[in-house]
Design a protein around this ligand. Sequence first.
Ligand SMILES: *[C@@H]1O[C@H](CO)[C@@H](O)[C@H](O)[C@H]1NC(C)=O
Ligand SMILES: *[C@@H]1O[C@H](CO)[C@@H](O)[C@H](O)[C@H]1NC(C)=O
Length: 590
Amino acid sequence: MACSARVLGTAWCFLVVISAKSVPGQQGLVYGLPPPCESQIYCTGDLLKQVQLARLYSDDKHFVDMALRESPELVLKKFQQLVNVTPGGSLSKEQLQMFVSSSFSDPGQEFEAWEPEDWTSSPHILAKISDQKLQAWASDLHAKWKSLGRKIKDDVRTRPAFYSLIYVPHPMMVPGGRFIEYYYWDSYWVIEGLLLSEMAATAKGMIQNFLYLVERHGHVPNGGRVYYLRRSQPPLLALMMDAYLAHANDTQFLRDNIHLLEAEYEFWQRNRSVRIAAGDKNHTLNYYNVRIGEPRPESYSKDWDLAADLNKDARQELWAELKSAAESGWDFSSRWFLSWPPPLPATLKDTKASAVVPVDLNAFLCKTEQLLASFYRILGNATKAAEFQAYLERRLDAVQAVFWNEAAGVWLDFNLLKQQPNPAFYPSNLAPLWTDCFSDQAAVDRATQYLEGSTALRYKNGLPTSLARTAEQWDLPNAWPPLQHMVIAALAKSNSSRAKEIAFALAQNWIRTNFALYKKYQVMFEKYSVVGDGEPGTGGEYQVQEGFGWTNGVVLKLLDLYGDRLTSGSHSSPYCAWIVAASIFLLNLK
Ligand SMILES: *[C@@H]1O[C@H](CO)[C@@H](O)[C@H](O)[C@H]1NC(C)=O
Ligand SMILES: *[C@@H]1O[C@H](CO)[C@@H](O)[C@H](O)[C@H]1NC(C)=O
């Protein structure tokens, strides 16, 4: 076996990419494909380009969220007339400003204020929280659902061409801040939070919206805008259904929609799968891969600038990779850079997300297979249940063969171009624990030791996203709610007492950070910094956002799990912080 580098164990040495068709960069980028949507205003074309490159607004998302005052045909015709009478065809910033003001209206008007009908003032979770301050805070967060709720105006349904918003029939919770529409993977934690707030009807409506999108578009887009089409996000729809069914006895809803859950799964299998040989066996796994070689409409000028000194092919390649990274939900991160491990001369320009076969994506699809098998069992369809059980077993095999790294004692992303695992620490390396995607129970202790052995546990404000400082938002020093929840929930449900202790310590840290900043700013943020005294997260391509859907959902989940033990923080009880800090220190020593 030709393999010299053994630093990371032996398993990966046997990995060879066998399908040339699947090798990123070699597959002949399909730039002949249509743009994300047909719209020559919101997705592609000269109007979009001229307006976005004129930088009329500080955030490019502003323009593509504006609704049309007249039909798209008329707006495009007027724009063309202006272009025709302008020497060189490039309108001045003033002309563009006037044109946009007369043809478009301000963002956000496609929604109606909506207060959830199933909101009540005291869900049971509140009574489970011993610390008075945390209880009052949970009550505030519960009340926030009333301000994060949105309903789409009927005009969006009857005149969809006037809007970039994709119509869905049921009201929803939005993340907040810049994110005024619904998002895919955010919604999983929002739905978990809603269920703890005993708002099952609202949660169900959100799931119905995603099913509606699968029915019409064949996949769940990244978020509720036409410019997010053809790019999805981490697939958690089956998990949403499972969470809902745990709170509501609604087998009929499952029966009516199982085909759509299956259709979403098929999208990932058909459009996002890659074949890898490990040892003497071929495996099929999934990756994020969006072959659209144009700037992201909502971040057009940034993508344009980033590619400024590249030739046409390299430019399109980079844009496709940025979209692939956006599909991962981790936009952006050194995790997708081709050059690793850090320290990094690498930057965003080195993003090569389609070269990465990610542990977490495959852990989510593994869960989807488990759930579809179990859903079909519930519905009494043994044939289909057996089919998904077989997919699950195939996945377990592949996850073990391709991702499990015996030397590291954890699962690692696999890089197709380097034909190596990525040795860097990411909380996502533990995702198979969360989704029960492993057969050998020894993995629990090994992965726990891996976590203890990394320096990630030393940060008292939360588990960092990576250990690389890049100024990208999915890297050090930022910590994100969904990653805290996945790791905490994974360790908490294990049989290992050590894993459980770490889970609690992490939960306590996270609650303290969130609570302290809530006291200071009266808001919840989308991410937090693990360094310093605790601050909102930083970096990336936009200012940190407040609201915030998944943050609130994760706090409610942790309060549900540990409400009898969690305390509100060092302000009221300095000794507690010491005890937590000391126990994390001791955990690290072992
Ligand atoms: C998925 O693949 C099918 C068949 O190749 C194609 O028609 C469809 O447009 C693809 N969907 C997306 C969202 O890329
Ligand atoms: C199981 O599901 C498949 C696909 O939907 C269907 O063709 C078949 O008739 C179902 N079998 C039973 C027993 O319901």
